[in-house]
Design a protein around this ligand. Structure first.
Ligand code: GRF
Length: 202
């Protein structure tokens, strides 16, 4: 399966996937890593792994729509069969999502549908939940609202702050995101409306 990744920042989820791919446990071909941010650490990580990279800085375009068109054309040119968002900080427009002929997946640092959007870990702390976690989901035209593929939980402790909770969640992200990609690449993920059925080997 030809996968492309969009990332804006430090790229730790990308790194986790690349590590599994290098170990031979992630049966995908990384056809490209793109970013809206020229300085994204994710681009450096990809380059080191020998994956083609492309930057799409907003300043190069008249508007967001032009930027998205360029990204869509690039994704098509490189033969994308699955688009992975890994800390991509721009919200994809409904047009982008409708135009893409391949599934798009994302990871969110909360148990959706709770706490969508930015600063999910802070939202969870402020709300006072005792359990949080992360969610791998399909991307639809809404905000973190697509069908859920995998979730993992973590406890929230009284002494937690945004940093400690984020770190605990991130460790789980690095496990379930590569796992979700592996399941997708192995054809083990079936969609039935909003429900996503995972075929586990018995
Ligand atoms: C993660 O917390 C992820 O859940 C969110 O963005 C962050 C990306 O981190 N979507 P990294 O760039 O993968 O380290």
């Amino acid at each position: 399966m030809k996968v492309a990744v969009l990332a804006s920042g430090r790229g730790s989820n990308l790194q986790a996937m690349i590590a599994e791919w290098q170990e031979g446990t992630l049966p995908v071909e990384f056809v490209g890593v793109g970013s809206n941010n020229l300085d994204a650490m994710a681009l450096t990580i990809a380059e080191k792994a020998g994956i083609p990279v492309r930057a799409f800085p907003r300043d190069n375009y008249n508007d967001k729509s032009e930027q998205e068109t360029d990204i869509l054309n690039w994704l098509e040119d490189i033969g994308t069969e699955l688009l992975i968002l890994a800390g991509y900080m721009l919200v994809l427009s409904p047009r982008f999502v409708r135009t893409a002929e391949y599934p798009i997946v994302n990871i969110h640092p909360a148990l959706l549908p709770s706490f969508p959007g930015l600063h999910a870990q802070k939202q969870a702390l402020d709300y006072g939940v005792k359990v949080s976690g992360c969610t791998v989901h399909y991307v639809d035209e809404g905000m973190d609202s697509g069908p859920i593929i995998l979730q993992e939980t973590v406890p929230v402790f009284d002494e937690d702050d945004e940093e400690t909770l984020s770190a605990r969640i991130l460790k789980k992200e690095h496990i379930i995101y590569p796992e979700a990609i592996r399941l997708l690449a192995n054809g083990k993920v079936k969609r039935d409306g909003r429900r996503v059925i995972i075929q586990r080997d018995s």
